[in-house]
Design a protein around this ligand. Structure first.
Ligand SMILES: [Zn+2]
Length: 486
């Protein structure tokens, strides 16, 4: 009895300590965000030109669709797109064009007032994914303006960045102003196809030329509304790392034969058994630094009960992992995922396959690699006859730091454009061009200066992709502010 009472007292005491800690952190956060709000004012708050909206509308017309096999890409569309940009941004093309080793990429260099500092690189991709016109309410490659929105493929992903970065350069050149430090802009041609001729080549060129950047800013997270129930302020999730990518083939070769006299298990049965075991036994969950930071940030402005859980990860991590494991999106944040996507046996109904195989698409957490995935599968499947073949592998990116000067300047600039936004780090599930620039920069951040809700974010790579006029204005304001203050 005494033991139970003592245990109960200890538990109550722990909860009390954690509660006080939570309230203190949440109050401190509320105070500090009020102070910064009061101090900050966007230098370009009055920027209200309609120009970037019209230019982006025109840019949608160019079908700059990229394919993994570059011979399928219609490169003439890129030529026409470049002509269009040249016509719309004449000063930028005349004064800032920078020699680029590869044909369809674009690089610009805007020399700053202070050339002693390492430059800043703003990067985005010119290419887009295909669109099935019959599923759209408006034609995807026209550029339709309706109710303060621009509809079209690439409007949000990510011609908005190409246009508003160039617009901010053109605007400064017209006013005879300069960035604070030198700013480069680089626009690759094949991000959507994870190609070898875009950002990879640009990064190699910078490396060859000995250019090192203090910060690279690429697409990635946005300012997301209704991110989590109970948190009213929008959350800015800035990607500081990307998961690795692996396509893994698992194969079983065995006697085939006629299906009327089967010998079980067949090669196909063994592969199917392996796939079922892999699905039932996911890899262990792990909270990596970008997600740890995200959970803490959310905890600061969350309702008390969620704050109690999120702000005391030292004690509550197992509960958080359990809760995150219940949803497919949240689980992917804290675990390497192994997803069976293709399976093959024989090519006739009455033939037992001599060779059966499945392809697993895996997204790997920073800190793990393809060997960890294969070892996990071997342990789970327990079948030494299965062969493994890596079809495609890109390791997870390094994790960029937070709390450094570059991070602080970036987050402060974000809050000047989006005053109510809470900023946090994030782990990207998908791949972007950004990881290629690690050979020329340590501080790589993935953020698109647009505020939207989840429904709108989901239109990316989807039907009826769109961007609001307000976001086009905000993005231009954001880049103008960043390049004149960074
Ligand atoms: Zn993109």
């Amino acid at each position: 009895m005494i033991l139970i009472l003592t245990l109960l007292c200890i538990i109550v005491l722990i909860i009390l300590v954690l509660s006080i800690r939570t309230i203190t952190i949440q109050n401190k956060f509320k105070k500090s965000s009020k102070q910064t709000e009061n101090k900050q004012k966007n230098k370009f708050i009055d920027y209200s030109s309609q120009e970037p909206i019209e230019i982006l509308t025109g840019a949608i017309k160019y079908k700059t669709i990229s394919y993994k096999d570059p011979s399928l890409t219609d490169w003439k569309e890129f030529d026409k797109f470049h002509e269009y940009l040249k016509e719309k941004f004449p000063l930028t093309f005349e004064k800032l064009s920078y020699p680029c080793d590869t044909k369809y990429n674009l690089i610009f260099k805007f020399e700053g007032k202070d050339t002693s500092k390492n430059p800043l690189l703003l990067t985005a991709h010119q290419d887009v994914v295909p669109a099935e016109a019959e599923n759209w309410d408006t034609p995807p490659f026209v550029g339709t303006q309706k109710d303060e929105y621009l509809y079209g493929r690439g409007s949000f992903d990510v011609k908005i960045e190409v246009i508003t970065i160039l617009q901010s350069f053109e605007e400064l050149l017209r006013k005879n102003e300069k960035p604070k430090r030198t700013v480069f802009a680089a626009f690759g041609c094949d991000e959507e196809a994870s190609g070898d001729n875009g950002a990879i080549k640009i990064a190699e060129q910078f490396k060859r030329e000995g250019i090192h950047f203090d910060m690279v800013l690429d697409e990635g997270g946005a300012v997301a509304e209704d991110y989590l129930k109970g948190i009213n302020d929008p959350i800015t999730a800035i990607g500081i790392a990307e998961k690795g990518y692996l396509d893994l083939k698992i194969k079983r070769v065995k006697n085939g034969g006629h299906s009327s006299t089967p010998n079980f298990p067949t090669a196909m049965g063994e592969i199917a058994d392996a796939v079922a075991k892999i699905e039932r036994n996911p890899m262990k969950t792990r909270i990596t630094p970008p997600i740890k930071n995200l959970i803490t940030t959310l905890g600061k402005s969350a309702p008390f009960s969620m704050g109690l859980l999120f702000l005391n990860q030292g004690v509550t991590a197992p509960i958080i992992k359990k809760a995150f494991s219940k949803g497919s999106t949240t689980r992917a944040l804290i675990s390497t995922t192994i997803t069976p996507t293709m399976i093959f046996g024989s090519n006739a109904p009455n033939i037992i396959a001599k060779e059966a195989y499945a392809v697993l698409n895996c997204r790997i957490l920073p800190g793990q690699d393809e060997k960890d995935v294969i070892n996990h599968i071997k342990k789970v499947v327990k079948n030494d006859n299965i062969e493994y073949e890596v079809l495609n592998y890109k390791k997870a990116s390094p994790i960029s730091p937070t709390g450094n000067d570059e991070w602080n300047t970036l987050t402060t600039t974000i809050r000047r454009t989006f005053p109510t936004a809470i900023t946090s780090s994030f782990l990207m599930m998908g791949a972007t061009d950004a990881k290629n620039y690690h050979i020329v920069c340590d501080n790589i951040y993935r953020f698109e200066p647009c505020q939207m809700n989840q429904t709108e974010i989901n239109k990316m790579h989807n039907d009826n992709e769109r961007i609001s006029f307000k976001n086009i204005h905000n993005a231009t304001k954001f880049y103008l502010d960043l390049i004149t203050t960074f």
